[in-house]
Design a protein around this ligand. Structure first.
Ligand code: SF4
Length: 385
């Protein structure tokens, strides 16, 4: 699994704490050079066979077509030169914003082998879109969905619920309008008030009243029922897919597969215990991998990232947290093999009250959250670990 982070956005959305800078200062050719230089340096960390490439951000759809072509050609060249190969049917995903979807970009994405497009809709309400600082309109979102579903076999749409002022009727209209556009996959996220975001500052200043938790939970239940009725499998807490269209890349994160992350703030994992994080320092990143005067500022041997080795307890906790996000849940046999009989006994003892209360179910050697358990997933997981 290979992830590439594109660190620019047109404007910062009020709720967002992802690492991204303003596109007005973007130097796209230099970014492409830097991403390819990092990949060249780290390609040996990739497994022999690659299942997926995910280009996320930020806003990858902002990347000028000429640079996107150069990036994709460079990635393919480096992977091939290092004798790594793409799996048949490897999933190539790009994240896009509706306002960037035009005929030229669609053609370039297709020609570059993109097989899956994930589009950030968030809501079809223009006042709510303005409220959270999105730069597209509801009509642009509908138009983009229409073009994308006509051009790609695998399209995913993101929605946000629990927006301030979003009532149940509006939420239902959002879900209906998204379903009507016939995407193969839907991701939904409850609005979060992350530390340091503009939205949190507005809330703290009393200028935004967050939606009540009970209403947020009711919205989640309602949208889940609507998507299930429309034929989507609820395969992960925030993700729904038509049969055969689960995200292979994101499923890899939840099942502990190794991945290599390229770009500022990108994370990597070796599949056993070692994690690595690139710093959230765009200019430092560019200086390290694409210096303006080669050899002047950068020291190519300089360690610019942080690394941690997970302890056995941390790996065990991570296994529980990630597995329970999925519909399949946690495999008890492999948990016992990897962490020992005592750890398994403790887990089952802690799970007991939640099984009795109907928040967890144990079946076919697996432990999984029930629909009511998903609503209190964090509390259940804390009890288990
Ligand atoms: S477009 Fe996406 S990454 Fe960029 S600021 Fe908005 S939510 Fe964050």
């Amino acid at each position: 699994m290979l992830y590439i982070h594109i660190p620019y956005c047109r404007r910062k959305c009020l709720y967002c704490d992802f690492f991204s800078g303003g596109a007005s200062v973007a130097c796209w050719p230099r970014l492409t050079d830097a991403l390819l230089a990092e990949l060249q340096e780290r390609v040996g960390e990739l497994p022999p066979r690659l299942e997926s490439l995910y280009i996320g951000g930020g806003t990858p759809s902002l990347m000028p077509p000429v640079e996107f072509r150069r990036l994709m050609a460079g990635v393919r060249r480096i992977v091939a030169e290092f004798r790594r190969e793409w799996a048949e049917e490897a999933e190539f995903t790009i994240e896009v914003n509706p306002e960037d979807v035009d005929e030229e970009r669609i053609r370039v994405w297709q020609e570059c082998g993109i097989s899956r497009v994930s589009v950030g809709i968030q809501t079809f309400s223009d006042p709510l879109l303005r409220h959270i600082g999105r730069t597209h309109t509801a009509d642009e979102a509908s138009g983009a969905l229409c073009r994308l579903t006509a051009s790609f076999r695998n399209v995913s749409g993101d929605l946000i619920f629990g927006l301030p002022g979003q009532d149940m009727a509006q939420l239902r209209r959002d879900v209906e309008r998204l379903i009507a556009a016939s995407p193969q996959h839907v991701s939904v996220y409850a609005l979060m008030y992350e530390e340091g975001t503009a939205l949190t500052a507005l809330r703290d200043a009393g200028r935004i009243v967050p939606t009540d938790d009970e209403i947020v939970a009711a919205q989640y239940e309602a949208l889940t029922a609507m998507l299930r009725d429309a034929g989507f499998e609820h395969y992960e807490i925030s993700n729904y897919a038509r049969p055969g269209y689960r995200s292979r890349h994101n499923s890899g994160y939840w099942t502990g597969r190794p991945y290599l992350g390229i770009g500022p703030s990108a994370h990597s994992y070796d599949g056993s215990a070692r994690r690595r994080a690139n710093p959230t320092d765009l200019f430092g990143y560019l200086d390290r991998f694409a210096p303006i005067l080669p050899g002047s500022i950068t020291d190519s041997g300089r360690v610019f990232y942080t690394e941690e080795t997970l302890s056995e307890d941390e790996r065990r906790e991570e296994r529980v947290m990630l597995s329970l996000r999925t519909a399949e849940g946690l495999c008890l046999e492999s948990y016992g093999v990897d962490f020992g009989a005592d750890a398994l006994m403790t887990l089952l003892r802690n799970a007991g009250p939640h099984i009795v209360a109907g928040r967890l179910q144990r079946a076919a050697g697996r432990l999984a959250l029930t629909q009511s358990g998903i609503l209190v997933a964090d509390c259940v997981i804390v009890d288990l670990i």
